[in-house]
Design a protein around this ligand. Structure first.
Ligand code: CDP
Length: 258
């Protein structure tokens, strides 16, 4: 980000990006909830070329015990990028970047979870990036909040996330890998639609005030679309579970009322 130079034209004469997207266009997003049998909740996200899995355990006894809070649950997150997720093999294990991402995602999720309902416990969120192509913290946060809902953890709302940024002097949505490497700025945003709050905001690179405002507005607009995809995934999950258990799902309930 900002600094690396390239001969690649990130935006062509028609105003289109390397993968043919318009500046305000997001990469295709697909979410599936409840994909792991042994986790309390889980979600799988494919977002462009990103592939991310999230698993949730808890609320359960908090370890290490000195982290227990007698008044609320602790939301803990571990973000991990698989060695095979990037072009140059990533050295396994935690590093500064994964610590940072784990921390900001845990903080964003803490804002929406009713932590006061579960004193002394821990809600553990694991994010595994299987394939990375820029925007993995947004994909990870998006997946994690669906996994929390799938686990039945009470929340004010889901957190939806998307980044905006600047490439070739243009404010764009949802940067791809080359745009992240050779672009001028990246602003990941985590947004809570029901309360209209931003719970994650970072900025890498340089932007004017106007560009920053435009970028954040663009990212918030995209988060509202991400939110719809998250809700659809949870509705499908609920219907499938209800069908398994012989309980009428939302579709049947509606039919019965009519
Ligand atoms: O993934 P995100 O955009 O949230 O975080 P980043 O630190 O801005 O990383 C951008 C991208 O760089 C990642 O999604 C990966 O595709 C790539 N990357 C990599 O190739 N090797 C690393 N050790 C870290 C990141």
């Amino acid at each position: 980000m900002g600094g690396m130079t390239t001969d690649i034209k990130l935006i062509d004469e028609k105003g289109l990006r390397l993968d043919g997207r318009r500046p305000d266009e997001m990469r295709p997003l697909r979410i599936e909830a409840g994909v792991l049998k042994r986790a309390d909740g889980s979600a799988y996200v494919e977002w462009g070329l990103n592939k991310v899995m999230a698993a949730v355990y808890g609320p359960r006894e908090c370890h290490p015990r000195h982290l227990q809070n007698p008044e609320r649950a602790l939301v803990q997150c571990i973000y991990n990028m698989a060695s095979f997720s990037v072009d140059d093999r990533k050295r396994p294990g935690p590093d500064r970047r994964s610590h940072e991402i784990s921390k900001i995602i845990a903080e964003a999720l803490t804002h929406v979870v009713f932590t006061e309902y579960f004193p002394r416990t821990s809600i553990d969120v694991y994010i595994e990036v299987l394939q990375a192509n820029a925007g993995t913290r947004c994909a990870g946060l998006t997946a994690a909040s669906v996994a929390l809902a799938d686990a039945g953890v009470p929340m004010r709302d889901l957190v939806a996330s998307c980044a905006a940024g600047k490439v070739a002097d243009t404010v764009v949505l949802d940067l791809g890998k080359e745009e992240d490497n050779f672009g001028q700025a990246d602003i990941p945003v985590g947004f809570v639609p029901r309360t209209n709050e931003i719970v994650l905001l970072q900025m890498d690179g340089d932007l004017t005030n106007d560009e920053f405002t435009k970028g954040v507005n663009m990212a918030v607009g995209a988060c509202k679309k991400v939110y719809e995809v998250q809700r659809d995934a949870l509705k499908r999950r609920y219907s499938a579970r209800a069908a398994d258990e012989g309980v009428p799902g939302p579709a049947e309930e509606k039919r019965e009322v009519a």
